[in-house]
Structures are given as C-alpha cells and as structure tokens.
Design a protein around this ligand. Structure first.
Ligand code: 5AD
Ligand code: FES
Length: 339
C-alpha cells in the first residue's frame, strides 16, 4: 500500500516538507514494518577509547577538552566484555573509539583476529574508529571485521571544514566509498541542528546517504556540550531528527537505522519516537560502567549508571510498549550484498 517505490523522490520530499509530519512518520513506520516486521535489532556498543587526535567543535571528547578523564580499554578487558555479551545472546558488537594513536589499525586488526579465534565467526563485528587508509581498512577486514561506521556529520563542505578544524568532507566521503568498494557493510550519517545548518542542508544530508548507498544510517540531534566551542549553540527540537529518520527510511527502505541515544537524551521517549518514525535498531552501551561517564560526546547522556545488560531489559519493555520486539539476531541489512 505505502511502499516507498510508490513514491518518487519528489513525492517523498513533498511529504517531508509538509507542516504536519504525521503522514511522513506513518509511511516511514509502515515501510519499516514491511521490511523488518516487528523486529528491532540489538547492537551492543563498546566505547573502547576516548583518546582522540581530532578536534571537532561539536564533540565533548575532542583533543582540546582538557577536562576529560581519558581511558582506553585493553585487549583483555575487551575480550571479557565481548564474552559477557555473547553469553547474554548478543550477536553484534560495535567497537567505537576516538582516533587514538595508541589504538592503530594494526592493533585493532590483531584484536579482531583474537576475537574471531576465540569466539568464532557467527556474530557481526562493527568498527567505528575514524578515517583510515585503504590498506588499514583491508587489514581490519581480513582480520574478520564486517561493518564500519563513520558519520559524515554534515553534507555541507564548508560547515564540515569549519567544525572539524579544517578537515575535508571529500576525504571522508572517499573513505566511505572505499569501504563500500571493499565489501564492508557501511554505515554513516549525521547530526541535525548544527549551527548554520539550513533546511536545504538537512535534505542534502539524507540525499547524500542515498547516493552513498549506505547499509546503516545513524542520525541524531546535535546537543551542545558546555566544554566545546559550540557551547552556546541553540538546542534544536527533536522533531528535526525524527523527520530526518523518516526521510531516510523512505529514501533507503532496507537500511538499518538506529534509534539513537542522543534522541533518548533529548526526550525520555525519544528512541520510541524514532522507532515510530522509521528506525529499527537499538544500541545499548555495554562499556564497563566505570568508564561510561568519561565518553560524554554531549551532556546528559542516558544510562550512565546502568550496565548495557540492564538496558536490555529496559529496551525490551520500551519495544513492547510500541508493539515492537527486541531481536537478538545479527540482522545484516537486506540491502547488503557484499561479503
Ligand atoms: N551532540 C550529538 N551528537 C554528537 N556526536 C558527537 N558530538 C555530538 C553532540 N555534541 C555524534 C557524532 C559522532 C557520533 C559518534 O556522535 O555524529 O559521529
Ligand atoms: Fe538504558 Fe533504559 S535503555 S536504562
């Protein structure tokens, strides 16, 4: 009935631009249920280092923020976190970290190899540790990693440059294309509500995701962090991220789209609202609780005192509350055809 293939890009954008977003959300949720049923895939997130050589103006753990208590998890700790996750039935792990010179691609590849040797190849391993060279991506893929996440943050080259301290958007996009060509399952995405972002940029953000042929899409509201250059930026409404989620779902019907923690931070029901606007993934954070408070990309982050395993119970109930079901399946994107 409401298949997106019934809608042209023009019609999707017309829906997006309407004053009342209800029809947009309704169609996006319908399409999500058509492609994924009631299932909401679970991804266990492990924030393994908050050291970062980048200096992004929006980010709470950027190099210049001297108030951050820095930590990095070692191999032994990471192995035991994953072991515990596997025991609890989890089937996807996301290892996320800053661009940490002490955790270069070679060391990550070695860790991945050890994880595969010890725990097997059934579950999905996702890396999210910044821009690397083609050789480095190859090393990590050969070791047994499957998926890579790297947001482009904004599709506007000038804004990107401004907020990353002079970096090139094109280089990051080339990284995403390289990953795609190498057979990774690739995720990217952006924040909504950065200062200077226009409605046109927001639309281009979503269209860029489509052009890149992404398998996973992460979108979240930008939340100003008090210890960053963007501390005085205005907080924009969650609705921008919700509308963005729905637009992405209509443009990329088979992509995996998380209901992000940033949405849950802005509004207690933010993640549920995202799931009802086209999202189909939840990402509990199983980083050891002692370190969670030190990975504050933005203030007010939720679930800092709970272990991710406690979150699973909470998320189960949240899904049931909106007639959905938390799924422990590996959940590759149906749009992913790589190896
Ligand atoms: N508010 C919301 N999201 C943020 N991120 C970084 N800083 C912030 C912030 N202040 C997002 C970026 C990054 C992801 C891991 O977190 O999009 O890619
Ligand atoms: Fe973490 Fe609810 S999701 S406590």
């Amino acid at each position: 009935m409401f298949m997106s293939k019934d809608l042209s890009q023009e019609e999707i954008l017309e829906l997006y631009r309407r004053e009342d977003p209800e029809e947009l959300y309704r169609r996006a949720e319908h399409l999500t249920r058509q492609n994924f049923g009631e299932e909401v895939f679970l991804r266990a997130l492990v924030e393994f280092t908050n050291y970062c050589s980048c200096d992004c103006h929006y980010c709470g753990i950027s190099r210049s923020n001297l108030g951050v208590n820095r930590y990095r998890l070692d191999e032994e700790t990471l192995m035991s976190v994953i072991e515990k996750g596997l025991e609890k039935g989890m089937n996807t792990f996301v290892l996320q970290g800053g661009e940490d010179p002490k955790w270069p691609a070679k060391r990550i590849a070695k860790l991945v190899k050890e994880i595969r040797l010890r725990f097997g190849n059934e579950f999905a391993l996702t890396l999210s540790c910044g821009l690397k060279s083609k050789e480095e991506y190859a090393l990590m893929k050969e070791a047994g990693a499957n998926r890579y996440l790297m947001r482009f943050e904004t599709s506007d080259p000038e804004l990107f440059k401004q907020y990353t301290g002079g970096k090139s958007l094109e280089r990051r996009l080339q990284g995403l294309r390289d990953l795609h060509d190498m057979g990774w399952e690739v995720g990217s995405g952006y924040m909504t509500g950065l200062p200077g972002e226009t409605e046109e940029i927001r639309i281009n953000n979503a269209l860029l995701c489509q052009q890149l042929g992404l398998h996973m899409l992460g979108i979240g509201p930008f939340i100003p962090h008090p210890d960053t250059p963007l501390k005085d930026a205005e907080q924009q409404p969650l609705e921008w991220a919700l509308k963005g989620t729905a637009l992405l779902r209509l443009l990329l019907p088979k992509a995996n789209i998380p209901a992000t923690t940033a949405a849950g931070t802005l509004d207690p029901r933010g993640r549920e609202q995202m799931l009802q606007a086209g999202a189909n993934v939840l990402m509990p954070n199983i980083t050891p609780v002692v370190h969670k408070k030190d990975y504050l990309l933005y203030p007010g982050k939720i679930c800092l005192d709970e272990s991710g395993f406690e979150c699973v119970g909470c998320l189960t109930l949240r899904c049931e509350g909106i007639d959905r079901e938390l799924s422990f399946k590996r959940g590759d994107s149906p749009s992913f055809t790589g190896v």
